[in-house]
Design a protein. Structure first.
Lengths: 444, 284
């Protein structure tokens, strides 16, 4: 009886031990979950989904990492900030795709991890040199590369090849003076009504700062090199004359009567031949390839003055990392970032979207070269980015949304003729400065 | 007799003018919806033409609808919206009617102050409360849950105010008679007050259903999973410029699809409003 009891006890202990062992093993097998918030949809979203799917099924599986890709629209960064303000670490992401212009706000949060920490680590598969110089600068704040370039684009002049040919032009306009001449020639009017506009572009913050930066080699919208060396405190584009110079050229464009200064459906209207030229981000290349394949070409942003050296500013979104108190998770998130910006994945992402590949190796891939041969517009965007002065960057204006509102509203008033050049300069500068002052009063 | 003869044509002219005005207002309100339906059946080249073009060449062009169903999980999103809007509206009717019952039929210390607080809360913009509401919802562990998406919609000061005003016009002697017959407060509320106030209940339900159905920001804030998104998010997913553009046609198709439940709720419950008003009139 005693022997029997011993046997049963031993068996029971064995069972319990193996059960707990199995539990420990299964717990250690549970993959590390990396939450990745993004804002891409359509073809770009599909490309990102396929990249992440490949990661989860390949390297992720090997390394026991699983990425949970979540679409957040353009409110992802606002949601991260909200989660931080309310200390909701549980429901925050590990990676967020946000606009480069929001970097100061993102880096203000205690849980943001500067990408510099990983980029300067010799064990990392990527470092500063993985990215083009203008892109490095685009995500640099107070001397550090704080995020990783991801979906980057540059503004370009898109033109309808046949329309320019019909008007007798063999090449696109290089300067704003030439642009005005082209607009005069390309506009078709039926009485008072314009049936084809020479140019469509609404001047909002994004467009305005481009024409300021491009007047360099060194010209910035705000002080501290556009808010990159230290937080921006005032607008300098008014005092250095770059804002006035641009508005004077824009006035010439308005006087032609063939410049459409509001944007409705700019892509579709251009594709339907309702405008001969448009100025917009190179991220629209994928869209226009679907709307009007082979019928358009792109050129660098026209210069305000013939001797301008700055070139257009690279912009777009980047990947920021957050430390939610789990080092293993943070390292896993960096592994995902390394994968997403690899040459192969940047090929997939760039060809689906029109965004410029961020990895310098991508353009040397045979299939990328072949793609560029078939799609010279994509190559033109890359070349324009490389030709731009790295200092030509979108400003890191601390009140980004408010400044965008001020510029959009003032430029509409200017285009309607309610304000002259000097009044528009004064209004933009004083209102933007007031917005920055308010920010500093509340936050410094 | 002669006088009567003069009055009638005047009245009928007035009536006709009134009808025309109502019709004109109705057309102005419904025109954008009809236009959205028409655009949803148009090809891109039909939409972006300079000629005035109201109706599509053919209502058989369904590409825009195909894009909506292939590019977004609209049915799942609509299911989420339906759960959120329906449950929140039902709870709103319950909370608003109970609060209004108290404000209209009982006398107790601090009632006026309480009511002033309720009415005062109406002037606080909802956006101001977002951070605090998010904090509370997160603390309660309700992020990524239906309850988290709904909880902020459970009580509405406007609805309490609306129902209180209706209940105030309800005869107090009827309640007293019911009490004499042995009816308790809750029984009076359930069996007499609520059934005889169907129009206001329906109005509250419809307005809150439509309002919550159209909410975009809050459900987006408190959910971090693709399958928990609401119908409004589907429209933003189609309204893109980078990489691919589905054009206004697909956006309008999505808008038309997500409009259907709101219209159905209104059509199904509309008779209740009119019926309720009519029955009240006959009794009165």
């Amino acid at each position: 009886m005693k022997g029997h009891f011993k046997k049963v006890s031993a068996l029971l202990i064995c069972c319990l031990l193996s059960l707990s062992l199995a539990e420990v093993t299964s717990a250690s097998r549970k993959p590390i979950e990396v939450v990745f918030w993004h804002s891409t949809s359509g073809a770009t979203g599909e490309a990102l989904e396929s990249i992440i799917k490949n990661y989860n099924e390949g390297p992720g599986k090997e390394k026991n990492i699983h990425v949970n890709l979540v679409y957040q629209g353009y409110s992802g960064t606002d949601k991260v900030i909200l989660a931080y303000q309310t200390k909701d670490y549980v429901n925050a992401p590990d990676i967020n795709q946000g606009l480069t212009s929001t970097l100061p706000s993102v880096m203000d949060m205690g849980w943001s991890v500067s990408a510099e920490r990983f980029l300067s680590d010799s064990r990392s598969k990527i470092n500063h040199d993985t990215f083009y110089e203008p892109m490095q600068r685009a995500v640099t704040y107070m001397g550090e590369m704080v995020a990783v370039p991801f979906a980057m684009s540059i503004p370009m002049l898109y033109y309808n090849v046949d329309m320019l040919k019909e008007a007798g032009y063999t090449k696109p306009p290089q300067t704003m003076d030439e642009l005005t001449e082209y607009v005069k020639a390309l506009t078709i009017k039926e009485g008072d009504k314009v049936s084809r506009y020479g140019l469509n572009m609404q001047v909002k913050r994004y467009q305005l700062v481009q024409f300021i930066n491009s007047q360099g080699p060194v010209s910035f919208f705000g002080d501290n090199e556009g808010g990159r060396l230290a937080p921006m405190t005032k607008i300098v584009a008014g005092e250095d004359g770059t804002l006035k110079a641009f508005l004077e050229k824009l006035q010439d464009l308005l006087d032609t009567g063939g410049y459409k200064y509001v944007e409705d459906n700019i892509n579709e209207e251009f594709a339907q031949g309702l405008s001969a030229m448009v100025i917009m981000s190179s991220s629209r290349l994928g869209t226009l390839d679907r709307l009007m394949p082979g019928k358009y070409m792109v050129a660098p942003l026209p210069k305000v003055n013939a001797d301008d050296q700055g070139g257009a500013a690279i912009g777009g979104s980047c990947l920021s990392l957050f430390d939610r108190g789990d080092e293993a998770r943070l390292k896993a998130a960096w592994d995902v970032v390394e994968y997403v910006v690899s040459p192969e994945n940047q090929y997939i992402f760039s060809t689906a979207s029109g965004y410029i590949p961020v990895n310098v190796e991508t353009e040397n891939m045979d299939k990328m070269k072949a793609y560029y041969k078939e799609h010279p517009q994509y190559k033109a965007a890359l070349e324009q980015m490389k030709a731009s002065n790295p200092l030509s960057q979108e400003p890191l204006d601390l009140t980004y949304n408010e400044i965008n509102g001020i510029i959009t509203e003032t430029m509409l008033e200017f285009c309607k003729g309610d304000l002259n050049v000097d009044q528009a300069v004064e209004k933009i500068v004083s209102k933007c400065n007031a917005s920055l002052d308010e920010y500093h009063e509340a936050n410094d | 007799m002669g006088m009567k003869g003069n009055v009638r044509p005047k009245r009928s002219v007035k009536n006709v003018l009134y009808q025309i005005l109502c019709l004109a207002v109705g057309i102005v309100i419904i025109l954008p919806i009809i236009m959205a339906v028409c655009i949803s059946f148009m090809r891109p080249e039909e939409i972006l033409t300079k000629e005035l073009h109201f109706f599509p060449n053919s209502f058989r062009y369904l590409e825009n609808y195909k894009i909506v169903f292939s590019q977004t999980r609209i049915l799942r999103f609509m299911f989420n919206s339906l759960v959120v809007a329906f449950v929140s509206s039902v709870v709103r009717v319950v909370t608003a009617s109970l609060a209004a019952f108290s404000f209209a039929f009982f006398d107790y210390k601090g009632k006026r102050l309480l009511f002033a607080l309720v009415v005062g809360s109406m002037i606080i913009p909802a956006d101001v409360l977002i951070v605090q509401n998010y904090f509370t919802t997160a603390e309660l562990g309700l992020i990524n849950t239906y309850l988290g998406m709904m909880v902020v919609f459970f009580v509405s000061a406007t609805n309490i105010f609306m129902m209180r005003q209706t209940f105030l016009s309800y005869s107090r002697s009827l309640r007293e008679a019911a009490m004499i017959d042995g009816c308790g407060n809750f029984e009076f509320f359930i069996r007499i007050l609520m059934p005889s106030n169907i129009p206001v209940i329906t109005t509250v339900f419809i307005s809150s259903f439509v309002g919550i159905w159209n909410t975009y920001l809050w459900p987006l804030l408190v959910t971090n999973a693709n399958e928990m998104r609401t119908a409004q998010v589907a429209v933003t997913m189609l309204n893109i410029n980078e990489g691919s553009s589905y054009g206004p046609g697909a956006v309008m198709a999505a808008a038309v699809i997500i409009l259907i439940p709101s219209i159905l709720v209104f059509l199904l419950l509309q008779k209740r409003i009119v019926g309720g008003i009519m029955s009240g009139a006959v009794k009165g």
